[in-house]
Design a protein around this ligand. Structure first.
Ligand code: TYD
Length: 215
């Protein structure tokens, strides 16, 4: 757990994957071990980012283009990086983020049709050296299971339908295949406690031998 100080880890996955619950569990475990944790969630996490979030998730704006989405998610993130993530990492805290560039690659990239190269260029402009994160943990869940976990009041993204969300899932899996050294996949259909243990194991494995893991 001590090895987590000064590290930047992202928990990500499709809507209904249970990643936010897992983030809380792992955060509590880290805090119990004496690690200072900075937890952030996207889109949001700063006053400016929360305002942008309201536009992004507004179900009355179905006309929003994918490129507009890409820029707004990234704008919200740019503020979060400069106001919260960067200072916390400089202080040596463990930063645990609920979604990051991996979401944009899956939702606006694979599912939305924008090339990953373009998403990466915008991410580099928005996040500088804080892209990519040290480790991205993907909580993988099939559509049927995810649907049972969602609040019936769906937001603008959740209203995009099953085919879109299946592409989102594939987008996350494809990232893990493309960058195996900085991604871990966890089967999020398992019982919550099993998933938490798997997430903790993934952190241990990745940060136990940082010299090898980051290669
Ligand atoms: P939110 O209510 O925070 O959902 P969750 O609890 O699942 O994280 O809504 C965030 C929504 O925005 C979610 O449907 C995923 C989507 N999203 C993108 O499409 N691109 C992004 O870059 C990010 C960060 C989120």
């Amino acid at each position: 757990m001590r090895a987590l100080a000064g590290r930047f880890v992202v928990f990500d996955g499709p809507d209904g994957s249970g990643k936010s619950t897992q983030l809380r569990e792992v955060m509590n475990a880290a805090r119990r071990a004496g690690v200072i944790v900075c937890d952030v969630r996207e889109p949001g996490g700063t006053v400016v980012s929360e305002r942008i979030r309201q536009i992004l998730l507004d179900a009355s704006l179905p006309e929003m283009s994918v490129r507009c989405e890409l820029m707004l998610y990234m704008a919200s993130r740019a503020q979060l990086v400069s106001e919260r993530i960067e200072p916390a990492l400089r202080r040596g805290e463990f930063v645990l983020a609920d979604r990051y560039v991996s979401s944009t690659l899956a939702y606006q990239g694979t599912a939305g049709g924008i090339d990953w190269e373009e998403v990466v260029r915008v991410a580099q402009a928005a996040c500088g050296d804080r892209f990519p994160a040290d480790l991205t943990v993907v909580f993988d869940v099939d559509q049927a299971t995810a649907a049972t976990r969602l609040n019936p009041l769906l937001d603008r993204m959740e209203l995009k339908g099953a085919a879109f969300h299946e592409r989102v899932r594939q987008g996350f899996l494809e990232q893990a295949r493309t960058w195996p050294n900085r991604y871990a996949i966890i089967d999020a259909r398992q019982p919550a406690e099993t998933v938490t243990q798997a997430a903790l194991d993934a952190l241990r494995r990745h940060f136990a031998a940082p010299a090898e893991a980051s290669r």
